[in-house]
Design a protein around this ligand. Sequence first.
Ligand SMILES: [Zn+2]
Length: 256
Amino acid sequence: MTLAPDRLDRFARHIVLPELGGAGQVALSAAHVVLVGCGGIGSPALQYLAGAGVGRLTLIDDDAVDLSNLQRQTIFAEADLGRSKAEAAADWVRRFDGAIEVRAVVGRLGGDNAAQLLEGATLVLDGCDNFATRLAVSDACVKLGVPLTSAALGRFQGQVANFAGHIEGQSCYRCFVGNAFDAEDCDTCAADGVLGAMAGWVGTFAAMHAVRVLTEGHAAMGDPQWGKVHLLDGLTPALRTMRIVKDPECRACGGN
Ligand SMILES: [Zn+2]
């Protein structure tokens, strides 16, 4: 795969980076990222994944754009109120870069359809708002052998990590949070609030983390840092990192 002249111009500031280069850019163009959730994390992540030239994007969300979203979900405008987030986000991508193949899935991802929705992805970026969906996404990724960039957000805190539980010795999201949260379904932003700019920080950090995975084996930046959870604190501000070891008893990835 080579890049057309207009694509070389578009991504010139990437290609000139020795850590990314032409080979890294080609890898991004060949990638298919499935975004679970087009909200606070998904919306800024989408802007920088599309900006980075990820060739194919699938956007999953069952929610509609609400006035209270606009404080942090910056791809949406007043004209989008009431529209499906997945559809409005796909329209944003089409306006931004017509060369990206984008598909909107208006629906809820759960244990019953996760594997079907995520199959064929190069990477899944999960920015949904509840534990039950995050665990369903993680379990399906382990089963399908697809790497996962997992991100979460609330108040002034965020967390971002890359997981590859399908790889021997690497942990998954379930190793991190355990089995207690499968039934939990809460929107912490509605209950506790969130600073709008935190969504930008966490979402773009997640996009950068996805780029690490997508360029693995192609560019020096391609170090996925599997199983390291980065904790972003906007109040102090500070950034801490902790390593999640594989739980040999994990019911999703323990056998790998
Ligand atoms: Zn696990």
